[in-house]
Design a protein around this ligand. Structure first.
Ligand SMILES: Cc1cc2nc3c(=O)[nH]c(=O)nc-3n(C[C@H](O)[C@H](O)[C@H](O)COP(=O)(O)OP(=O)(O)OC[C@H]3O[C@@H](n4cnc5c(N)ncnc54)[C@H](O)[C@@H]3O)c2cc1C
Length: 93
């Protein structure tokens, strides 16, 4: 059976993980409560008006759109429950 991988958050960690899993034989779902990835190290430049917010944010779907096994969902994860066999998890959003 094809594996299902859920990645919560499209920050540095989530995007890196999704890109790493891009070649895997698995269906990957990236869930983020926003639709964009923020390059946080440049937040200071936005705060000082040296850059606009759009310069440091990009749609998560756009970043991952070349990887056909990835679905991006915009929603907030509210719980993760471990299944009885300790192998399957139920992610609620
Ligand atoms: C101003 C600033 C400057 C920085 N400068 C540097 C630097 O120069 N060098 C460096 O190495 N690091 C820097 N960092 C730290 C670096 O940005 C973080 O360590 C890194 O972003 C953490 O990555 P992450 O994927 O763990 O979390 P994040 O990048 O914060 O991503 C978390 C993602 O998860 C989503 N999310 C959270 N909860 C939920 C939920 N319940 N359901 C769905 N989605 C959810 C969020 O919307 C977010 O997109 C800086 C941070 C800041 C704030």
């Amino acid at each position: 059976m094809r594996k299902k991988i859920v990645i919560i958050g499209g920050g540095f960690g989530g995007i890196s993980a999704a890109q790493e899993f891009g070649d895997y034989e698995a269906d990957i779902t990236v869930i983020d409560k926003t639709n964009h990835h923020v390059f946080q190290p440049l937040l200071y430049q936005v705060a000082t008006a040296a850059l606009s917010p759009a310069d440091i944010a990009a749609p998560i779907r756009g970043i991952l759109n070349k990887q056909k096994n990835i679905t991006v969902v915009m929603d907030e994860v509210i719980s993760i429950e471990k299944g009885s066999n300790n192998k399957k998890y139920k992610v609620s959003f």
